[in-house]
Design a protein around this ligand. Structure first.
Ligand SMILES: NC(=O)c1ccc[n+]([C@@H]2O[C@H](COP(=O)([O-])OP(=O)(O)OC[C@H]3O[C@@H](n4cnc5c(N)ncnc54)[C@H](OP(=O)(O)O)[C@@H]3O)[C@@H](O)[C@H]2O)c1
Length: 222
């Protein structure tokens, strides 16, 4: 029997690790979009606070539980922390879709940002290379500022695009469903090697484009 329209339907379990700007915003967009999610933080208190704020649909768990229970893990933490978590959880990430929203940047001391890795490298490729065989990396949710993830979600009359990169097309399609649930039109830019285009300083990043394209506009940019 088809589920009723007002029932929450979540096929895979999604965990958001990190309750900062991106983690909290993405969690809110997904719950608004009808997804049941796990939210995790290193101190359970901040995940509990976020889950309480979001209400039905969000459950607070430890990072360890998130890794055990989720099929899709969004590491909404800084690049170096993702590297630490990937090293810590290692083979437990096998079979999981690991979503990396990171931008490898730091303040440049002059009011701007500078990359923490060579300009021609992407954190997407670095993180994918550190994952165990069998983990399924997807680069997503790092192309817009957290404020834009809030303001442009469910834009009318035409939705804003959120780009993603994935080698594994099925994993990419699963994350594309999350992007849709969060209120954006998903567009795949290519494999993980294309991550550079959608990270800070890339030609498809919000900071370069200065706008959030529609799907038609975005396809012309690919
Ligand atoms: N902010 C943006 O607009 C934006 C846009 C695009 C992409 N991104 C990317 O999104 C990621 C998160 O950025 P953000 O702005 O959300 O950062 P943030 O506000 O500083 O939040 C970082 C989160 O990481 C958590 N964390 C730190 N170390 C941890 C650990 N060892 N285990 C578990 N959680 C840990 C922090 O928890 P505590 O509270 O316990 O420290 C905090 O919840 C970064 O990679 C960034 O490049 C950000």
């Amino acid at each position: 029997m088809a589920p009723s329209a007002d029932r929450r339907v979540t096929m895979a379990t999604t965990a958001i690790v990190g309750t900062g700007n991106i983690g909290a915003r993405l969690a809110a967009d997904l719950v608004d979009g009808g997804q049941d999610i796990l939210v995790a933080s290193r101190e359970l208190g901040s995940a509990r606070e976020l889950a309480d704020r979001l209400g039905e649909g969000a459950t607070a768990v430890s990072v360890d539980d998130a890794v055990s229970r989720a099929d899709i893990i969004v590491f909404a933490v800084w690049f170096d922390v993702i590297k630490e978590l990937v090293a810590r959880y290692g083979d437990r990430l096998k079979g999981k879709i690991v979503v990396d929203p990171s931008n490898p940047i730091e303040p440049d001391g002059q009011g701007g940002f500078t990359k923490t890795i060579p300009r021609d490298q992407s954190s997407g490729v670095v993180i994918a290379s550190l994952l165990p065989d069998g983990a399924r990396p997807v680069k997503a949710f790092g192309t817009m500022l957290a404020g834009t993830l809030r303001d442009a979600a469910h834009r009318e009359p035409e939705r804003a695009v959120a780009f993603y990169a994935a080698d594994d097309l099925e994993a990419g399609a699963t994350v594309a469903d999350l992007i849709s649930a969060a209120g954006f039109d998903p567009i795949r830019v290519g494999g993980i090697s294309e991550s550079l285009r959608i990270e800070v300083f890339g030609d498809l990043h919000e900071g370069t484009l200065g706008t959030q394209p529609t799907a038609d506009e975005a396809r012309k940019l690919l």
